[in-house]
Design a binder for this molecule. Structure first.
Ligand SMILES: N[C@@H](CCC(=O)N[C@@H](CS)C(=O)NCC(=O)O)C(=O)O
Ligand SMILES: [Fe+2]
Length: 295
């Protein structure tokens, strides 16, 4: 067995299709671990769901004889399906997300016309809903939840033993911030959330959820609070909210809808569970159509 670095070990896993970083955070004192934002593989054209990415994380857990304490989501993702439910089936670990998931479930319950029996929008499908500033443990590592809404209503960051996992709030300094044009998104709120993160010590390591490699540079997933405050192209230490909102809104108008937004959101508001099977035993992904004409 490889020797893990003391006292915390952070293993990064990258999903090439959605440019997503997942993390396994290990307390090497107790061998307890938490997974952040695991990805389920999905071939949209074939409707084929597979688990190579999640299985790589599970293999690491197995190889190092770890015990999984938490499956943590930074938000209900709009660009990839979550492997949270699959990993829960394999390990029994609880799935947790910010309590803002209720609002996200309610918004998309209406958009997808999901029946009450399938989704109450009270946080169902998740085992634990974190309140802002809630404290929890990963083995002996102290962890805290920081609400960072703006990209979505349910966005949170996780501060685990001084390591900050920001989900989609900030991207690497040369990429700026996450988009705020999804239902429930709010650029002014994202600015406030970033101010909260900028109160943390400058040396705090900050781990990204995505990197889209601007200008073709190499992939990067790690920066720090201090580096962001000095160099982030959208929000620095002395930035003003109005300027940010203007920049963010202008950029959002240029972005296309994420390729997997409909499959991703309807699965992720169910904690990574696929929609229930219909009476023929098959499960279906719904896409609400926008049409200017009637057939
Ligand atoms: N092209 C990607 C876009 C994904 C996307 O929109 N990502 C969100 C985070 S979920 C974002 O904030 N993107 C900012 C950007 O592309 O500048 C896709 O189709 O999946
Ligand atoms: Fe996102």
């Amino acid at each position: 067995m490889a020797v893990l670095k003391q006292p915390i070990h952070i293993e990064m896993f990258f999903d090439n299709d959605s440019n997503t970083f997942s993390y396994l955070v290990v307390d090497t004192a107790t061998q307890q671990a938490a997974i952040i934002d695991p990805v389920l593989d999905y071939d949209a054209a074939a409707g084929a769901v597979s688990t190579e990415g999640a299985d790589a994380i599970l293999a690491f857990i197995d190889q190092h004889q770890l015990s999984l304490a938490w499956i943590l989501e930074t938000h209900a993702h709009a660009d990839h399906l979550s492997a949270a439910h699959y990993i829960k089936l394999k390990t029994g670990a609880p799935i947790a997300i910010g309590e803002g998931i209720r609002k996200v479930q309610q918004t998309f319950k209406v958009i997808f016309n999901i029946a009450d029996q399938e989704l109450t929008a009270k946080g169902d499908y998740f085992d634990h809903l974190f309140a802002n500033n809630e404290h929890f443990q990963v083995g002996s590592l102290a962890a805290e939840v920081i609400n960072t809404p703006g990209h979505t209503n349910d966005s949170v960051s996780y501060l685990i033993a001084g390591h900050l996992f920001v989900g989609d709030s900030l991207f690497m300094p040369d990429a700026g911030t996450a988009r705020c044009d999804f239902p429930g998104g709010d650029a002014a709120l994202l600015f406030q959330s970033i101010q909260r993160l900028y109160q943390l010590p400058d040396e705090t390591p900050m781990y990204m959820c995505h990197d889209y490699q601007p200008n073709g540079r190499e992939l990067r997933y790690l920066t720090s609070v201090g580096e962001q405050k000095q160099q982030n192209i959208h929000v620095r230490a002395d930035s003003a909210s109005e300027d940010f909102v203007q920049k963010r809104t202008a950029r959002d108008q240029t972005l296309s809808v994420p390729k997997l937004i409909y499959p991703a959101v309807q699965v992720n508001i169910r904690g990574g569970q696929l929609p229930a099977a219909e009476d023929n035993g098959s499960r279906y992904i719904k896409v609400p159509l926008k049409s200017s004409f009637c057939l």
